[in-house]
Design a protein around this ligand. Sequence first.
Ligand SMILES: Nc1ncnc2c1ncn2[C@@H]1O[C@H](COP(=O)(O)OP(=O)(O)O)[C@@H](O)[C@H]1O
Ligand SMILES: O=C(CO)[C@@H](O)[C@H](O)COP(=O)(O)O
Length: 486
Amino acid sequence: MAAQQDARGERVVIGVDSSTQATKAVAVGVDTGTVLGTGRHAHSVTSGAGRESDPEQWWAALTGAVAATGHAGRAEAVAVAGQQHGLVALGADGRPVRPALLWNDVRSAPQAAALVERFGAEELAERTGSVPTAAFTIAKWAWLRENEPAAADRVAAVRLPHDYLTEQLTGAATTDRGDVSGTGWWTPHGYDGELLGHVGLSAAALPEVVAPGTAAGRVRGGDGPLRPGTLVAAGTGDNMAAALGLGLRPGSPVVSLGTSGTVFAVTRGRPRDPSGVVAGFADALGGWLPLACTLNCTLAVDRFAALLGRDREAVEPGGTAVVLPFLDGERTPNLPYASGLLHGLRHDTTPGQVLQAAYDGAAYSLLAAVDDVLRAGGEENDPLAPLLLVGGGARGTAWRETMRRLSGRPVQVPAAEELVALGAAAQAAGVLTGEAADEVARRWGTGRPAVVLDPRPADTEALARIGDTLRRSHDLMARQLPAAEG
Ligand SMILES: Nc1ncnc2c1ncn2[C@@H]1O[C@H](COP(=O)(O)OP(=O)(O)O)[C@@H](O)[C@H]1O
Ligand SMILES: O=C(CO)[C@@H](O)[C@H](O)COP(=O)(O)O
């Protein structure tokens, strides 16, 4: 894909990635896939007991990032991909009644556990594809009802982050099967009335699920950077959009290294994992996207680098240190009350080895789940098939080499950055041309690898050390830390 070249005369689409830390937008030429311009605006996320962001800030970030591409005025279609699961609770006036509760807010862990207790893990996996954890929208809604009943009473509409932003563009309440599959109240046959009834939510408060390839609407009049009448594609969750951006074919495992760590694959079979390790999401087309997600990935490793006073690339090999970097609690394994743990220090352990141990600890659960993800969707796991690395962390040498050393697989990093935004752009192009979004991305070549690392024998000693520490610290990690004094 050529960078930043002029493509006058070519039709232009815009893809948006509204993820945890920032909104990124790309303007892309429909025929060639040329990236004509990019924009980025940061978000703020609370760092206290929970994780919250203001949806109106996302909207301002979206308009800013789209305008910054420099091509908004000539875009013919746009699509928005967003961080999954977040609860956007709107009042009758269409404005948020409170900040959104994000995917990585673990305060809703008791509500998730209560749902599993009431309906059973097997039953929930069968119906919704997933056993809900604190991340799922249904647990967040139950938390809001229990903890802020006055706010819950004012709620007239519940949206996911990408639904909210798409509705700001079109005025229509829509979602897509990919993102809605992360709510915990969607089944392949529609919204689950019994689950909604149990958490006291009416389906009338939820958006319409737009079919793949169908437009959500058109940009309504206003003073935003996009022309009124511009087509708006359905949009989707950020992991589903990354799969589109890669033009992913069934059975290829992908690891995304961002605020969250995720491992996923497009599969032909519908996943249902009662163990809860794999979330059985739908993809944004007609297939499935089994996925495992960790809460502690790039931010946790960067925190260790900061604590050690080192550059994030200043890792050193060797030693026996093990880091379980569960600074935000953890989702895989499901230990919402966990905190970080450092074990195996000796007099000769170096700071660089501790930093490497943080990378290893963050990578461990993702790599352990590759097989589960593929099997959950009925795909074969070829241990020598390449692992595709995406997300901000994929730019780092230490991340790439950690994945190579611990997986024993070849590792590939696509040349294109911002695959989520590119996936959204491919979806936007698809509503103009009638092509499926993954076909558009393959035509654009967005998944083409820039870095190909040959496989090395997996570092089984490090894997065994981490696995052993995780098993033996389980009781400690399952407990909540006493509140810090002072
Ligand atoms: N060159 C790099 N090497 C390693 N990590 C990087 C690099 N550049 C960015 N990152 C990491 O990428 C993260 C952001 O990734 P991104 O996928 O954009 O996150 P999100 O989608 O969750 O907002 C940051 O937390 C940062 O630590
Ligand atoms: O919760 C999940 C997946 O189930 C996360 O992957 C979110 O979708 C947030 O993504 P990033 O902001 O880290 O890209």
